[in-house]
Design a protein around this ligand. Structure first.
Ligand code: ADP
Ligand code: MG
Length: 230
């Protein structure tokens, strides 16, 4: 098997707004190997989130190709694309987008229950629950399983978001400023947790960050400036 996880070839993204066409990504080429942690740095507005959303198959590029393990992902139809996304990709955002009225455990279980079609197969819920407990233990939240997420601190919420991102055991993790809202110390502990999980299971991580410690601990730093990678 090839050790290349992700390949981006001559990627362009335009956004059409009234009276104007914005050229946001201007020919991005990047190859990321399995197990690699790549940090993307760049000024605000340079297209980092747009790039991450394309890599996560949430939006389509205007031109160019993204290969995930040799699959030309944007040649897939929307349904195939969602299936690939659910199976292979985990997201961690700056704003965690957890469901505030649900417990930490439920937030981590829900993606697995959807993937396992728990509505039709309720017997599978137990497996999802056991997995969710393990994932939350791994991020140091064994004592917080039944807290509603709005009763958790910012760092704890982001650890729940990490556990949720890992819930369907994705090989590729995409993180968009995951410590952007955290103080330095909390950011560091979230980083350590994320790095350990990624290293232990040889996952691939692409992380957009302004945090120098995170960037320095990555295997590689790339700069996105004015829509191009340097
Ligand atoms: P970054 O994450 O580096 O701060 P973004 O990728 O969020 O930058 O945005 C890059 C540029 O693209 C910004 O100027 C933003 O306003 C613009 N942009 C992002 N999404 C859209 C959209 N859906 N429609 C129009 N413009 C957009
Ligand atoms: Mg952004």
């Amino acid at each position: 098997m090839s050790d290349i996880k992700l390949e981006i070839k001559d990627l362009h993204k335009f956004f059409d707004i009234p009276g104007k066409r914005l050229h946001i990504l201007k020919g991005i080429n990047l190859t990321v190997k399995k197990g690699e942690i790549v940090a993307i740095l760049g000024p605000s507005g340079s297209g980092k989130s747009t790039l991450l959303h394309i890599l996560g198959t949430l939006i389509r590029p205007t031109e160019g190709n993204v290969y995930i393990e040799n699959t030309d992902v944007f040649s897939l139809c929307d349904e195939e694309l969602s299936a690939l996304r659910n199976k292979k990709i985990g997201f961690i955002f700056q704003f965690h987008y957890l469901l505030p009225e649900f417990t930490a455990l439920e937030n981590v279980m829900i993606p697995m229950m959807i993937q396992n079609d728990a509505k039709r197969h309720p017997e599978r819920s137990e497996g999802s629950q056991n997995n969710a407990v393990k994932l939350l233990e791994n991020v140091g939240l064994a004592e917080r399983l039944s807290h509603n997420v709005n009763e958790l601190s910012g760092g704890e919420q982001q650890r729940v978001a990490i556990a949720r991102a890992l819930s369907c055991n994705p090989e590729l993790l995409l993180a968009d400023e995951p410590t952007g809202n955290l103080d330095k110390e909390t950011a560091n502990s979230v980083k350590d947790i994320l790095w350990n999980l990624v290293r232990q299971e040889n996952k691939t991580l692409i992380i957009v960050t302004h945090n120098e410690d995170l960037a320095k601990s990555s295997d590689r730093i790339v700069h996105l400036i004015d829509g191009k990678i340097y």
